[in-house]
Write a protein that binds this ligand. Structure first.
Ligand SMILES: Cc1cc2nc3c(=O)[nH]c(=O)nc-3n(C[C@H](O)[C@H](O)[C@H](O)COP(=O)(O)O)c2cc1C
Length: 167
């Protein structure tokens, strides 16, 4: 694995994000991953930041609430489709998704949370800020269409402390 600059991979990330990436969390020894298709990547507080939007209903929400880090593993070449589908429809409350899909994890030195091998890019993120969405501040049309059950997102802003490219 090669360390690369955030700016080098920003475009690739933004382009592929809607197709799904793996958001991995760990708390109390439990590792879980879910598919994430929304988010932002940018620059604030003089830091490179990935923002992960996680609805309160997700098992991931429970884990990330109790962690300082998350990782994001990104398939750029259409691989791991079945795995993205599974991790985007099944909850870690009901399945050990890592075991079920035989996902290979790798430890990283920057964080307790591992990455998922077989992806092209990996972001190691340290949470610097989080924010619950405020319904009353949201555009009514988006609220009606995207939040019919008022299952709002929490936005987790992680400083990108390392980016790795698999070779
Ligand atoms: C393509 C795709 C993108 C998704 N993006 C998000 C997202 O950005 N935020 C979110 O909270 N859920 C998203 N989901 C839904 C979660 O991945 C799904 O509810 C998952 O089962 C949650 O797993 P968990 O309960 O183990 O956390 C997405 C699902 C798919 C298929």
């Amino acid at each position: 694995m090669k360390k690369v600059d955030f700016s080098q991979v920003l475009n690739d990330y933004n382009k592929i994000l809607p197709k799904g990436v793996f958001l991995t969390t760990k708390n109390d020894g439990e590792i879980n991953t879910m598919t994430m298709g929304w988010g932002t990547a940018g620059f604030i507080w003089n830091q490179n930041i990935l923002m992960a939007p996680v609805r309160k209903s997700r098992h991931t929400h429970q884990l990330i609430e109790n962690s300082d880090y998350f990782t994001v593993s990104v398939p750029l070449n259409g691989q791991l489709k079945k795995e993205l589908q599974f991790c985007g429809t099944k909850s870690g409350r009901d399945y050990d998704k890592i075991k079920e899909l035989d996902l290979e994890l790798a430890e990283v030195k920057e964080a307790e949370v591992p990455i998922i091998k077989g992806n092209d890019l990996h972001f190691i993120c340290k949470i610097k800020y989080q924010q619950d969405m405020l319904k009353e501040k949201l555009d009514q049309d988006i609220l009606d269409k995207k939040y019919p059950d008022k299952d709002m997102h929490t936005f987790y802003y992680g400083e990108v402390v390392a980016v790795y490219k698999e070779e």
